[in-house]
Design a protein around this ligand. Structure first.
Ligand code: FMN
Length: 331
């Protein structure tokens, strides 16, 4: 069955696959690569609302460069205090977010210890208060990302979804794991169907979608209106566009050539150097490693990139690899 593009309040997205928020990964340069390869909506790294009061500068760095030129951009906020969340949402809107996303899915201890992230799913009253405060603070639509629940005995995503919808949340994303699962086991796409059935707003399924076949299965089993793809897009910023083609019933665009992949790595590096400078190369290493996973005979390239501390070293390593490919050795 062909699926329609997602609509979030009055924002009509180009398709129904969204780049999932990933701390330390979905920064502006990576979001730009995903968009260049046909990604639609992208979600920023999460911004910790309490940190605005404690360490404003570090949190603001994550928003650096987020602006209208990124449209459509969703900025994700995390926290436990409705007033602080409301302030963070206002800042996100001022920074250019067309959508604000509330994090109720993060399992990290530093987040859950203060009853934020996925721990909030244990306190339904707090969910309502936070949603109400954030929705009331901004003029852009607000969405919410969560898990199936805290553990197998408390899979309350459908209840949380209904509360959120009643408070004005316009789209929900559900990672098909509980908090206690962390990232273990497999995402349960079928279980997301209960949340889809509980609300009228669109629900997106998330977790372990790394291929076109996974995407079809996740759509069928969950009955969701769309998908969120995270780790599968690392090293493959073109995957989201391909999945969108596939589930909308269109001809699926081809994988990029090796040359195009190398050009993407150059553009990604350029974007990081422009935004952050050479210190940003360290953060690029996980992306480099992921890109190399999808390139043949890339061991030397990988080790050169993971050692690089200057932009020139990166570009030289890419050119050396490119000459191997164009000579046909790695084809
Ligand atoms: C490195 C990393 C960072 C993440 N950071 C966030 C985050 O900031 N906010 C959030 O809601 N989820 C975060 N997640 C969870 C992802 O958005 C997603 O729900 C999860 O990875 C499952 O989807 P996937 O299998 O497509 O990656 C993170 C996941 C990873 C691997």
């Amino acid at each position: 069955m062909a699926h329609q593009p997602l609509q979030i309040a009055d924002i009509c997205l180009p398709h129904n696959v969204i780049l999932a928020p990933m701390s330390g990964i979905t920064d502006k340069p990576f979001r730009a690569m995903v968009r260049a390869w046909g990604g639609g909506l992208v979600v920023s790294e999460m911004i910790a609302s309490h940190a605005f009061l404690q360490n404003v500068w570090i949190e603001l760095q994550k928003l650096k460069g987020a602006a209208q030129d990124e449209a459509p951009l969703s900025i994700q906020i995390a926290g436990w205090d409705p007033l602080m969340m409301a302030e963070a949402a206002k800042l996100a809107e001022l920074s250019g977010a067309q959508i604000v996303d509330i994090n109720m899915g993060c399992p990290a201890k530093k987040v859950t210890n203060r009853l934020s992230g996925s721990a909030l799913m244990q306190d339904e009253r707090a969910v309502a208060e936070i949603c109400r405060a954030v929705v009331g603070a901004v003029s852009v639509p607000v969405t919410l990302k969560m898990r199936l629940g805290w553990d197998d005995a408390h899979k309350n995503a459908p209840v949380i979804a209904k509360i959120a919808e009643n408070e004005g949340i316009k789209l929900l994303a559900v990672h098909g794991r509980t908090r206690t699962q962390m990232y273990k086991g497999e995402a349960d796409w079928a279980c997301i169907a209960q949340t889809v059935d509980a609300v009228d707003v669109p629900v997106c399924a998330n977790g372990d979608i790394t291929s076109l076949e996974d995407a079809s299965q996740a759509m069928v089993q969950s009955g969701a209106a769309g998908l969120l793809v995270g780790r599968g897009a690392m090293g493959r910023p073109w995957l989201i566009g391909k999945i969108a083609d596939h589930i909308s019933g269109q001809a699926v665009r081809k994988d990029p050539t090796h040359e195009q992949k190398i050009d993407t790595m150059r553009a990604h590096t350029d974007a990081v150097l422009t935004l952050v400078g050479t210190t940003g190369l360290r953060g690029l290493r996980k992306h480099f490693a992921a890109y190399c996973d999808y390139l043949p005979q890339s061991d030397e390239l990988r080790s050169a990139l993971l050692k690089s501390v200057e932009g020139d070293e990166v570009f030289e390593a890419l050119s050396a690899y490119q000459s191997i490919i164009t000579d046909g050795e790695a084809a």
